[in-house]
Design a protein. Structure first.
Ligand code: GRF
Length: 216
C-alpha cells in the first residue's frame, strides 16, 4: 500500500500528533508521518515524535526577521522529506499567503470549535461565556484567512452544567483525537473532494440523529 506522506507542524504539547502517530501505527492506515516540524525548540511534541522514531525538524521563528523567510525554510524541510499533506496540529504561527497557496488543498488544520464560530484563541472560555450548548472541533483545509477553509469533519460535544474551561477543553480534545486521524484517512484514500468550495466525502456514513442539550 502506498501511504500518503504527512508533515505535521506543531508548537507545543502534541496530543493531536500523538493521535496521528497511534493511527499510523496500524498497518492498514493509508498515511505515514514523514516529518514532525516545530517552530519551538522546546515543544513537548518533539519528544513524542522522537520516541516514535520519527524525523523531526525545528525552524525557530525567532531566527527570522521576515515571515516569508521562515515559511520558505519550512517549505524546504517539507519538500526534503517529500511531504504530500501538511497537518497543522497546534501550530501557533500564521502562514504567509504564498505558503498557503503553495500547499493549497494539501494542508489541513484542526481547530477547537465548531467553525465558523469562535475562530482564534481561547475558544473554550468564549464558548462558555456565550452560553452555547454545544462545543466541538473542526478539521478543515487551510486558506489564507485564519481558521477558514473547506470543512472536512466536525465533532460536537455538549457543554455541561458546571463545566469550566479545563473540563470543556478535555471533552473537545478527546473528539479532536478521533477527528484528525479520520480526516487524514479520508484524504489519503482520495475520498475527500472539494466541490464548489465545500468538501464532499465519498461513501461517508450519515451520523446519528441530532442531540438536544440540556436533555429533556
Ligand atoms: C488543539 O486544541 C488544537 O485544536 C489547537 O491547538 C491545540 C493543540 O493541542 N489548534 P495539541 O498540541 O495537539 O495537544
Amino acid at each position: 500500500m502506498k501511504r500518503l506522506r504527512l508533515g505535521i507542524l506543531i508548537s507545543g504539547r502534541g496530543s493531536n500528533l500523538q493521535a496521528l502517530i497511534a493511527a499510523a501505527a496500524a498497518p492498514d492506515y493509508p498515511a505515514e508521518i514523514a516529518l514532525v516540524l516545530s517552530n519551538r525548540p522546546d515543544a513537548a511534541g518533539l519528544g513524542r515524535a522522537t520516541a516514535a522514531g520519527l524525523a523531526t525538524a525545528v525552524v525557530d521563528h525567532k531566527r527570522f526577521a521576515e515571515r516569508a523567510a521562515f515559511d520558505a525554510e519550512i517549505d524546504r524541510a517539507l519538500r526534503t522529506h517529500r511531504v504530500e499533506l501538511v497537518c497543522l496540529a497546534g501550530f501557533m504561527r500564521l502562514l504567509t499567503p504564498g505558503f498557503v497557496a503553495a500547499w493549497s488543498d494539501r494542508m489541513i488544520n484542526i481547530h477547537p470549535s465548531l467553525l465558523p464560530a469562535f475562530k482564534g484563541l481561547h475558544t473554550h472560555a468564549r464558548a462558555l461565556a456565550a452560553g452555547v450548548r454545544f462545543a466541538g472541533c473542526t478539521v478543515h483545509f487551510v486558506r489564507p484567512e485564519m481558521d477558514e477553509g473547506p470543512i472536512i469533519v466536525q465533532a460536537a460535544v455538549p457543554v455541561l452544567a458546571g463545566d469550566d474551561e479545563a473540563s470543556l477543553a478535555a471533552r473537545v480534545l478527546e473528539a479532536e483525537h478521533r477527528c484528525y486521524p479520520q480526516a487524514v484517512r479520508w484524504i489519503a484514500e482520495g475520498r475527500a473532494r472539494i466541490v464548489d468550495g465545500r468538501v464532499v466525502i465519498d461513501g461517508a456514513p450519515a451520523p446519528p440523529d441530532g442531540l438536544i442539550n440540556p436533555g429533556a
